[in-house]
Ligand binder design. Structure first.
Ligand SMILES: Nc1ncnc2c1ncn2[C@@H]1O[C@H](COP(=O)(O)OP(=O)(O)OP(=O)(O)O)[C@@H](O)[C@H]1O
Length: 231
């Protein structure tokens, strides 16, 4: 399980996260929502160690991660799909996927079939350059690459942003499949209330660097969301 307690982080002089508390339970999909600029990506980067944890603790399966560098967090089983995909456009789909295995704890060096089966479009474009794929296909590539390392915790930063509806549906299906398998915990930043309601076990809403609302989809009603997410 992941547990953040009173986490603070930011850029230079500016403090963005102001005492964040959050838990991600094993096998669950936990969604993080909030208006633009409230600190969701900052939280993901802090979790991954790309930004320093200035105060507080980040516990993952009983281990304190707050001072670990990003590569060690990946080895500890944390996978990250950043906003904007960040695949390698000059490398083929296959090469991009194999890079995910570099992070693998298992020592496996052939790409796992079950991950490829979740993204049939990638199997059909195996030899193509990453840069030739559509935005939605690149998103699936980044997702598959992260899954290849067999993470225990997957951080997904707005995987459906700017993606065509059919691929949003594909991504939703993969998340629901992973949830049904129950072997991975997911922290998902997502703006669509419908998407979150269909996928989340637990929801946090953030504002100005702190959590302002939290609960199961069952606990929270639409008017609360609208109040906290409206501009
Ligand atoms: N590299 C940076 N240097 C300085 N300030 C930054 C940097 N990146 C983000 N910020 C600031 O930190 C705050 C939080 O940004 P962050 O990207 O975490 O928000 P977000 O909730 O993910 O927003 P969005 O939904 O637009 O992605 C914002 O005020 C933003 O301007």
């Amino acid at each position: 399980m992941l547990r953040l307690q009173n986490v603070e982080s930011g850029y230079g002089e500016s403090r963005v996260l102001r005492g964040v508390n959050l838990e991600v339970l094993p096998g669950q999909v936990t969604c993080l929502m909030g208006r633009n600029g409230v600190g969701k990506t900052t939280l993901m980067k802090t979790l991954m160690g790309l930004l320093r944890t200035r105060a507080g603790s980040v516990h993952w399966n009983g281990r304190e991660l707050a001072s670990l560098e990003p590569a060690k967090r990946a080895k500890a089983g944390i996978g990250y799909v950043p906003q904007g995909r960040e695949i390698f456009p000059q490398l083929t789909v296959k090469e991009n996927l194999l890079l995910g295995l570099e992070m693998s704890m298992s020592g496996v060096r052939t790409f796992p079939e079950d991950v490829l089966e979740m993204f049939p479009v990638l199997a059909s474009m195996y030899g193509r350059q990453g840069g030739d794929l559509s935005g939605g296909q690149q998103q699936q590539l980044a997702f598959a690459r992260a899954l290849a390392s067999r993470p225990g915790l997957l951080l997904l930063d707005e995987p459906t942003e700017g993606i065509q509806p059919s691929i949003v549906e594909d991504i939703r299906r993969v998340i629901l499949k992973l949830k049904a398998q129950g072997t991975i915990s997911i922290l998902l930043v997502e703006q669509s209330i419908d998407f979150v309601r269909s996928a989340a076990d637990y929801i946090y809403v953030m504002d100005k660097g702190v959590m302002t609302l939290q609960g199961t989809p069952h606990d929270l009603d639409m008017s609360q969301f609208e109040y906290h997410l409206s501009v």
